[in-house]
Design a protein around this ligand. Structure first.
Ligand SMILES: Cc1ncc(COP(=O)(O)O)c(C=O)c1O
Length: 496
């Protein structure tokens, strides 16, 4: 009789599960604890040893019995849930789902696909969260799609499509439409003090593609990359996928602190969000900016300056870009239209030192191909005609109002001690929590209420994750964010 069919009680079963897992962890080679744990549990499920309907040990029990961090156990269990091996029953825990074996001629199923992944693919997947676009309230980084001037934009697109020259239908490698590069250059020089000429700009399909190009062209597999801790998962994934060794460097009130970088390899790449650290919201101080420039000068490396949302400051103008600090600064400036316009646009850009323009342009045309010339030329007119700056000004007002609505809704909780960030800039607030347990409980009960909460601990790569919530407010109209805020205030008061 298979183990799973024995009439054992729940506790005995979880004992042998834990023994089997402990054995696998002891044999672990070169993989992270959470990936090993996930793989071992998945094998038990796929082999039928953990039969459909079986209860899994809780993350707390796994962590205690296997002597691993609670986050390690949670990451493994969350991935099994996300991939559909396990489902959560409200208040009862996690249970194995019924897996029907795929017929021989069906396309690669989800679970076979996951098994087929390379080590690198599998590691990458650990850091791939999927955005649930049905829940806008609290989604970090989602702009006000409801306020985008869609008709005006459609009119522009139509006009530029009609005028498109035949060569825009061909393969090209000029780094983007010249009119957009010129319009961007004016904007960046004036509003961000970036030092550039239009020729230094490479249009990409969003910041993400920029990170990937930088990682592949300016670093080799195994090189060290400093990343902010906590920090942006998109950049982290691009650097890790290019084979870099990530070194999380703690962020405090002055931004990333180079003095607390792990000792050892000097960084080939340093990824930072200087004007508004993601997700903590602090501005990188001038002392730290100069220290980072010195660090990469010494190591022969590069700073990646991700200036993703500097347009949205409510109290004071942003500090000038790090890139503009000196002519020789070893900085690649990365910009995106995902926040100021909308993420589905897939347009971003790099500002490159002159010597790197040609290699980046050629590699981009080879690896990703260029395109979207009609959209680029429509966007150039959108900027030149002043629609862009009007839209930004309108968004600034809207985001301030949405933030106020969220703060007011959370007032019953803040009156009792819920700590919120200052919110002088950006599109989200940070709420501090008492512990990982409270964070997990709030995220779970929000999910049951149809609300997606982003736990701050997920923004950490290293061990000491801090508990909290990253509360995006920009994407939801005031009434919607207020409703979600009221729910959160009550849930926080109950959880305290
Ligand atoms: C810190 C940060 N940088 C960049 C981006 C934008 O990336 P993309 O242009 O690829 O949409 C985001 C989006 O969430 C972000 O949070």
């Amino acid at each position: 009789m298979a183990k799973s069919q024995r009439p054992v009680n729940r506790h005995k079963r979880s004992d042998w599960i834990i023994e089997a897992l402990a054995m696998r962890l002891a044999q672990r080679k070169g993989s992270t604890l959470s990936r090993t744990l996930y793989g071992a549990l998945r094998e038990l499920i796929q082999s039928g040893e953990l039969a459909p309907g079986s209860a899994l040990p809780s993350s707390r029990r796994l962590a205690r019995a296997l002597r691993v961090g609670r986050n390690t156990a949670l990451a493994a269990l969350d991935r099994l849930v996300a991939e559909g091996f396990v489902h959560a029953r409200s208040g009862a825990g996690l249970f194995v789902v019924e897996l029907s074996m795929p017929a021989a001629d069906t396309p690669l199923s989800a679970e076979r696909g996951a098994t087929a992944l390379s080590q690198r693919g599998s590691a990458l997947l650990d850091d791939c969260t999927t955005l649930n676009i049905t829940h806008r309230a609290f989604a970090p980084g989602v702009p006000a799609l409801d306020l985008f001037p869609r008709e005006q934009w459609q009119r522009l697109l139509r006009r530029h499509r009609q005028r498109a020259p035949e060569q825009w239908l061909a393969y090209r490698s000029e780094g983007g439409v010249a009119a957009l590069k010129a319009a961007l250059c004016d904007y960046l020089r004036l509003s961000r003090s970036v030092r550039c000429t239009p020729a230094q700009i490479l249009i990409t399909q969003g910041a993400q593609q920029g990170f990937e190009l930088i990682a592949r062209l300016l670093a080799d597999p195994g090189d060290c990359a400093w990343i902010e801790e906590p920090g942006y998962g998109g950049a982290r994934a691009a650097l890790a996928a290019a084979g870099l060794t990530l070194a999380p460097v703690p962020v405090d009130g002055e931004g990333i602190d180079p003095q607390r970088a792990p000792s050892g390899a000097s960084p080939q790449l340093v990824y930072v969000t200087p004007s508004h650290q993601y997700p903590c919201g602090v501005t990188l101080s001038m002392t730290r900016r100069l220290a980072l420039i010195e660090t990469v000068e010494r190591s022969g490396g590069w700073i990646i300056e991700d200036d993703y949302d500097s347009e949205f400051r409510y109290a004071s103008p942003p500090l000038a870009a790090l890139q503009g600090l000196s002519e020789e600064a070893r900085v690649i400036y990365v910009g995106t239209f995902s926040k100021v316009l909308y993420p589905g646009l897939r347009l971003g850009y790099l500002v490159l030192p002159e010597g790197l323009v040609d290699p980046f342009r050629r590699a981009n045309a080879r690896l990703h191909r260029e395109g979207q010339y009609v959209v680029q030329s429509a966007l150039a007119e959108f900027i030149d005609a002043g629609h862009f700056s009007r839209h930004v000004a309108r968004m600034r007002r809207a985001y301030r109002a949405r933030q106020t609505a969220l703060r007011e809704a959370l007032a019953p909780a803040t009156a009792k001690g819920l700590a919120l960030s200052e919110g002088h800039a950006g599109m989200h607030l940070l709420a501090g929590l008492a512990g990982i347990e409270q964070e997990r409980a709030l995220v779970e009960s929000a999910r049951e209420a149809g609300i997606e909460l982003s736990p701050l601990s997920h923004y950490f790569l290293g061990g000491a994750a801090e508990p909290g919530l990253v509360l995006g407010y920009a994407g939801s109209p005031e009434a919607e964010i207020a409703r979600a805020g009221e729910w959160l205030a009550k849930a926080w008061l109950r959880s305290g």
